[in-house]
Design a protein around this ligand. Structure first.
Ligand code: FAD
Length: 501
């Protein structure tokens, strides 16, 4: 079999040394949504094997299985790969970049290098699971040892079952069950003493991936807001644990303040793991054992729950979790959808959230909930249209958390908010952004309005609007719907769906 491999490799034009023994044959480590060297089980296993190590990242095409990344995540990925390349270089390993279908590219890397072992950390997107399962079987069939490791999640969705053998559909019992299990393991160290592969494998140049936006370059706000990569993730975590964590339980709902961790894009790209997060919470002194840390653990638990749901509902991103919503009378309203996407609905808290998203690739959780509720309830636009917009624009777009939360807000998800609880965007703004600091930041055209009108500029007397430089319908839109009427319309739509045969 090895002779065959060697013959194929030669055909491919690659120089292949003749490995004398299995120990000299390299191990291939795949990097996918785990762009880190610390707490990386696959890399640690490669290190333990004592074999020369090849590290590779494969940029998959649209038909490869995993959900194709949106624009904001592609921007992040470019920088995260550059960071990973740098970090791997410090431990003596070169990152090989290739493009194509994961299984096919790995096959040719195995052939070109004489690899007899392939390691990777597991993915949990259903398309990716299918692709990885096929890849594993194919590799084993050709005599290559293929092994996958856990690391993206604290729990393995396939193993956690309810007392009746099913999966969890409600968050609280889910998290109780996870918390009752063993303590999360300690994070794994960065491997040292890795032996790099001596052969010369061709690699694409990072720029050839074409991940960065060019015409136009819309990523200026992203560059200002984020430091993609493992080191950036670590700085965020340490800063958060040393600072905002203490007031996290109260502060996390106020979008004007940096009271949350902003670790979500780092988690989405696997630059940091929940094991590292939990370890940091344990090790940081007495104040973190309090309410802030407890609440924070639970929020990380929502990410776990979303993955649990996705694993058991592979169509979470496209089908209503509750089939009763299949008869929901969504409206086709391109104009309303565009107003929402651009932050031009006339409801300042919604528009501020949507502009934050466009500018930075991130939106605060409170405004995500308000904006998603507004789209699905006030505008009656299908949650899938909003989910797709978020998927394209969020740097933390996540195959589990994005649809899981959209369905939760729209009322059709697991453990969802009751449909009839419809957020009033004015009251939400007044409660969670009382001074209007968040709105003023993202909607400079309203910055001079007094706080009492900042969430309802249409209610301001003409003299106040004039003094503040606001001309409704010109400098800032009038509301595109009336809250009371929209609420009644939404409740009517819900009744229609409920009473459908
Ligand atoms: P923190 O408050 O610091 O929380 C720490 C971590 O816990 C987060 O990084 C995240 O991994 C996890 N977490 C917190 N809240 C949730 C939640 N409700 N669901 C799942 N995980 C959570 N989060 C994503 O990571 N990717 C998405 O694509 C995404 N889409 C969303 C869409 C909608 C409509 C809504 C309402 C929420 C969405 N969220 C998503 C959840 C949440 O808004 C973000 O995880 C959070 O705002 C990230 O900021 P942070 O890291 O500062 O969070």
């Amino acid at each position: 079999a090895f002779d065959a491999c060697r013959a194929e490799a030669r055909q491919g034009g690659d120089e292949l040394k003749s490995p004398a023994s299995d120990a000299e044959r390299p191990v291939l480590v795949l990097f996918r949504d785990d762009l880190r060297v610390a707490d990386n089980a696959a890399l640690a296993a490669a290190s333990r094997s004592g074999k020369p190590v090849i590290a590779a990242f494969v940029l998959e095409g649209a038909s490869s299985g995993a959900r194709p990344l949106g624009g904001a995540r592609r921007w992040w990925l470019h920088h995260s790969l550059a960071a990973l390349n740098g970090t791997l270089a410090t431990i003596g390993v070169r990152l090989v970049l290739r493009r194509g279908a994961m299984g096919e590219v790995v096959d040719s890397l195995v052939t070109e290098s004489g690899t007899d072992t392939v390691f990777w950390n597991r993915r949990y997107d259903p398309g990716a699971i299918a692709a990885d399962t096929t890849m594993k079987a194919g590799l084993r069939n050709r005599g290559v040892a293929a092994e996958s490791f856990a690391g993206h999640l604290l729990h393995e969705p396939s193993r956690l079952v309810t007392s009746t053998g099913g999966y969890y559909k409600v968050y609280s019992p889910f998290w109780k069950a996870v918390a009752a299990g063993p303590e999360p393991r300690d994070p794994l160290d960065v491997p040292d003493g890795l032996e790099p592969f001596a052969g010369n494998l061709a690699s694409d140049a990072p720029d050839a991936f074409g991940l960065l936006p060019t015409k136009p370059d819309w990523a200026g706000g992203l560059r200002q807001s984020w430091t993609p990569g493992e080191a950036g993730a670590r700085v965020r975590l340490d800063d958060f644990v040393a600072g905002a964590l203490q007031d996290y339980a109260e502060g996390r709902d106020y979008p004007a303040y940096q009271a949350t961790s902003r670790l979500s894009p780092h988690l989405a790209h696997g630059e940091i793991t929940p094991f590292q997060i939990f370890a940091a919470l344990q090790g940081a002194g007495s104040d973190v054992s309090g309410a802030g840390a407890a609440k924070f653990r639970k929020e990380v638990g929502w990410r776990e729950f979303c993955y649990h749901l996705l694993f058991h509902n592979p169509h979470l991103g496209t089908r209503n979790f509750q089939p009763s919503f299949n008869a929901f009378p969504w409206r086709e309203d391109e104009e309303a959808l565009r107003a929402w996407q651009r932050g031009l609905t006339g409801f300042p808290i919604v528009d501020a959230g949507m502009r934050e998203l466009w500018e930075t690739g991130y939106m605060h959780n409170r405004t995500r909930m308000i904006a998603a509720s507004f789209l699905t309830k006030h505008l009656l636009v299908d949650w899938r249209a909003g989910e797709r917009w978020f998927w394209d624009t969020l740097v933390d777009a996540d195959a589990a958390s994005n649809p899981g939360n959209w369905q939760w807000v729209a009322g059709c998800g697991a453990d969802a908010a009751p449909y009839f609880r419809i957020f009033n965007p004015v009251l939400q703004g007044e409660k969670f952004d009382p001074e209007g600091r968040y709105v003023r930041r993202w909607l400079p055209e309203l910055a001079r309005l007094p706080a009492r009108y900042i969430h309802k500029p249409w209610a301001a007397p003409p003299a106040v609007l004039a003094e503040s430089g606001v001309r409704l319908g010109e400098t800032y839109p009038r509301p595109i719907v009336d809250h009371r009427l929209a609420r009644e319309r939404a409740l009517g739509a819900y009744e229609t769906a409920r009473s459908a045969p």
